[in-house]
Design a protein around this ligand. Structure first.
Ligand SMILES: C[S@@+](CC[C@H](N)C(=O)[O-])C[C@H]1O[C@@H](n2cnc3c(N)ncnc32)[C@H](O)[C@@H]1O
Length: 303
């Protein structure tokens, strides 16, 4: 993996994403297994990849011999696969969209262009590369870079009023493409990553949040919600990993932010092998609860 790193350019996330973990990286680093920090060679598995903030940092910093990423969101995984296999074709399409967008005079014309692309994206009749280009364009120009779909799986985030957002970032797309060459990319449920684990595997889980208030509905990333039943299923999966000897770290928002008596995760992960820490986090997308103040995340691990 080391030789995949471009000499002068680090690959970084190419999307904005609800729950993106850039802010949490120093805390995550603090709580990594000592052996990994000391250079142990491992397989890195991130089953809820989203924009991959932790993934990009991790695999360029530590001794990763193999990496596996997955997400349930088919359109998102199509972007990763496109960047991996045909980055130049993607850049050509992004360049065209970017120059058309920049040439439009005034917000109304840009807004119209945005909704037109959103309709085309939702038709899902384009090629995979066009669909990936639309995905990146919509991510860069929609409100707050959110990804939200309705019950028909149609992307429905409104226009974001950015005058000159960066849409086609050649250098980063090429750096990401290079980095992805040895990465296994899966589109499916997180449980499917298990068959890729070997005896030196480390899993990082960043599942959709438990909503931090009644009005926070940003956990509707893809079809279906990640409700309490899903949190129970994930906890059972982590227990299976522990039984099989794999190391894992999981992050989530702390329900105690809203209700100090809420011990949902403390109960759910109250297994002898697990440890729970609460760490400060700045949330980019939050509900108006707690405004922009510091809120806590839980970090749960089995080592
Ligand atoms: C909190 S986001 C991850 C954010 C990521 N850590 C980042 O920095 O951008 C959760 C992700 O889990 C995905 N997801 C939801 N349910 C899933 C499932 N059952 N299996 C795999 N991925 C799932 C969503 O599509 C979403 O991209």
């Amino acid at each position: 993996m080391q030789n995949l790193i471009t000499k002068n350019r680090m690959a970084k996330p190419f999307l904005k994403w609800a729950g993106g973990k850039t802010q949490l990286i120093p805390q995550i680093e603090n709580y990594l297994p000592v052996a990994i920090k000391e250079g142990k060679r491992i397989t890195y598995i991130e089953p809820f990849i989203g924009s991959g903030a932790v993934f990009f940092w991790f695999i360029q910093k530590f001794n990763v011999k193999e990496a596996v990423i997955s997400d349930l969101n088919t359109d998102l995984i199509n972007v990763y696969e496109t960047i991996k296999s045909i980055p130049e074709a993607l850049i050509t399409n992004l360049d065209a969209i970017e120059s058309d967008y920049y040439a439009l005079d005034g917000e109304e014309k840009k807004r119209h262009f945005f909704y037109n692309i959103r309709d085309l994206f939702n038709l899902k009749t384009g090629s995979k590369v066009i669909s990936a280009a639309y995905f990146i364009f919509l991510n860069r120009t929609c409100f707050n870079g959110l990804y939200r779909v309705n019950s028909k799986n149609f992307f429905n985030v409104p226009f974001g009023k950015y005058a000159r957002p960066k849409i086609s970032d050649h250098i980063n797309i090429l750096a990401v493409s290079k980095l992805l060459q040895n990465v296994t990319i899966l589109n499916g449920d997180y449980t499917e990553t298990l068959k890729y684990a070997d005896k030196n595997s480390f899993f990082y889980f960043d599942p959709p949040y438990k909503p931090i208030s009644k009005t926070a509905s940003f956990n509707a990333y893809a079809k279906g919600q990640f409700g309490d039943e899903e949190q129970f299923r994930l906890a059972a999966f982590t227990q299976l990993l522990t039984q099989q000897g794999h190391m894992w770290l999981l992050s989530n928002s702390d329900p105690k932010n809203i209700n100090p008596l809420d011990v949902f995760f403390d109960d759910l992960y109250a297994k002898p092998a697990n440890t729970i820490f609460r760490v400060g986090a700045k949330r980019r997308i939050n509900a108006n609860a707690l405004k922009r103040g510091e809120i806590k995340e839980v970090l749960i691990m089995n080592y």
